[in-house]
Design a protein around this ligand. Structure first.
Ligand code: LRH
Length: 495
């Protein structure tokens, strides 16, 4: 049986709708629709144009249907962001972007009510200011939150508009800070203690369950049979991407889901909630089939794409990605390294506070040699990313008591040969790069299983990815002193 499904994969900078075919020995994607995405600044806040995203999702689904059979629809997106519905099921305002500055100081405020140890014992998450629970605390007292009846994470909101069904898929719910990582259920206790209206949290559902058929009016608009099911996939894009990591069963692998963010870690059977893990600020997010994604959020290619945007806005010559990477590959290695996870890099750059100057500012503050050219700044970003991957993967392996034999890089960043090679060099283990569209593949695989494909477990799904997709191998090259470079990150300048 070969199935053809629409895999909707929404990233913070672009959204894609893929027509995916899944059958015995077959797994392929065809991108039928792509659209730009990004936060919309309004009056000092940053929002998502979620109705615009909905319209693009509909266009993409219609295009999948126009070009062949359509057996199912699944939606994944970036995590943590949500919309609020009123009691009539209407959206209460535009969802905020997690890069909105309003949550910057919220973690400290929350820690005064529920200390960080207690938070970690419940949700097992890294302290990131944009986590849903912190966004909700920032929204306390607002008219929208006070009139909210239901909170829906973005893929669940888009699924609701398609089906009329309310729910929260667990992998994405695990990023809210309000899911108990041990029980897999909402922690109404944590919500109550933070004076949040816990009744807005909808019933949970697992990846692989069917959300429901299309609403008749949606099906009619799209010219589709109403019985086309929407399937809950690993609706957190990282959960879907990890499904499609082409790892051999039983291997001790680490992964980097590399895109706007880099999610760097291990797949485990259960959470690591030790004090060491908390101090190392590691996250335990829920994966498909009850797995745990034990990982660290690293700032990722966001920093480079924001530099690129700044240079292009200024008309700086030779600042397309290929030229920047060429410049970076000949720049002096490990000359300048910075803390690539520094909070100052989180928000979008602007004309008065552009990203390249922020990177140079971090170098200056750390007493590092200042990168001058776009190629040098690009090299600094890539070296710093590779260093962060090295540090966090080694820490993850130590905290989980695991070996690290190989690292898989999936997502758009797997196409960045230089970064993959630097990652192998930094870690001293082989890096296997690809597939680039791992999230869409994982989305399609989970849909196909829900619709009857013979893919009993993650091992079977990964075997199919290996069979159908090539990976590029980067072997580590000796010669650079990564230990010394690591020691320079975050140190105070001399004198
Ligand atoms: C990556 C991602 C990541 C989250 C962030 C908000 O797209 O989902 O896993 O932490 O976006």
């Amino acid at each position: 049986m070969t199935l053809r499904v629409a895999a909707v994969d929404l990233g913070a900078t672009s959204g894609r709708v893929m027509a995916a075919r899944v059958g015995p020995g077959h797994l392929s994607l065809k991108e039928v629709h792509r659209f730009p995405n990004g936060g919309v600044p309004v009056g000092g806040s940053l929002f998502w144009d979620v109705l615009g995203i909905h319209r693009e999702v509909l266009s993409g689904i219609a295009e999948v249907a126009r070009t062949g059979q359509l057996d199912g629809i699944g939606i994944d997106s970036w995590a943590v962001d949500y919309g609020l519905l009123d009691r009539d099921g209407e959206l209460l305002g535009n969802p905020h972007s997690h890069r909105d500055p309003r949550t910057r100081d919220v973690p400290e405020v929350v820690a005064k009510t529920v200390d960080v140890q207690e938070q970690y014992a419940v949700n097992g998450l890294q302290q990131l200011p944009f986590t849903t629970v912190f966004q909700l605390v920032a929204a306390r007292g607002t008219a929208a939150l006070e009139s909210a009846h239901t909170l829906l994470l973005l893929p669940d909101l888009l699924g609701y508009w398609l089906t009329g069904e309310i729910g929260a898929e667990r992998t994405n719910a695990s990023t809210t800070g309000l899911l108990d990582v041990t029980t897999g259920e909402w922690s109404s206790d944590l919500a109550r203690r933070l004076e949040l209206p816990w009744s807005i949290l909808p019933p949970l559902r697992d990846a692989g369950s069917v959300v429901g058929p299309l609403r008749p009016e949606v099906a009619a608009d799209l010219g589709l049979a109403p019985e086309v099911p929407v399937v809950a996939v690993g609706s957190h894009d990282t959960a879907s991407a990890v499904v499609a990591v082409p790892a051999e069963s039983g291997s001790s692998f680490g992964y980097i889901s590399s895109g706007t963010w880099s999610l760097v870690g291990l797949e485990l059977d259960g959470p690591v909630l030790t004090e060491d893990a908390r101090r190392a600020d590691f996250t335990n997010e829920g994966g498909v089939d009850g797995t745990v994604r034990f990982l660290k959020n690293v700032m990722g290619l966001w920093v480079l794409s924001e530099c690129l945007r700044a240079w292009q806005d200024r008309g700086t010559p030779a600042t397309d990605l290929a030229s920047l990477l060429a410049g970076a590959s000949t720049a002096a290695p490990l000359r300048t390294v910075v803390d690539i996870n520094h909070p100052s890099l989180l928000g979008p750059g602007s004309a008065t506070d552009p990203m390249p100057e922020r990177v140079v500012g971090l170098a200056r503050a750390a007493g590092e040699p200042l990168p001058q050219t776009p190629g040098e700044i690009t090299r600094c970003v890539l070296d710093s990313l590779a260093l962060a991957y090295r540090r966090h993967l080694r820490t993850a392996a130590r905290l989980a008591g695991r070996d690290l034999e190989v690292v898989h890089v999936v997502g758009g960043g797997s196409h960045n040969h230089l970064l993959c090679q630097l990652t192998a060099d930094a870690l001293g283990v082989p890096v296997l790069a690809g597939p680039g569209e791992a999230a869409a593949l994982g989305n399609a695989l989970v849909q196909a299983r829900a619709l009857g494909a013979d893919l009993p477990d993650l091992a079977a799904m990964r075997a199919l990815v290996r069979e159908t997709h090539d990976v590029r191998r980067h072997d580590p090259r000796p010669g650079l002193d990564w230990d010394a470079a690591d020691g320079r990150v975050g140190r105070e300048p001399a004198g």
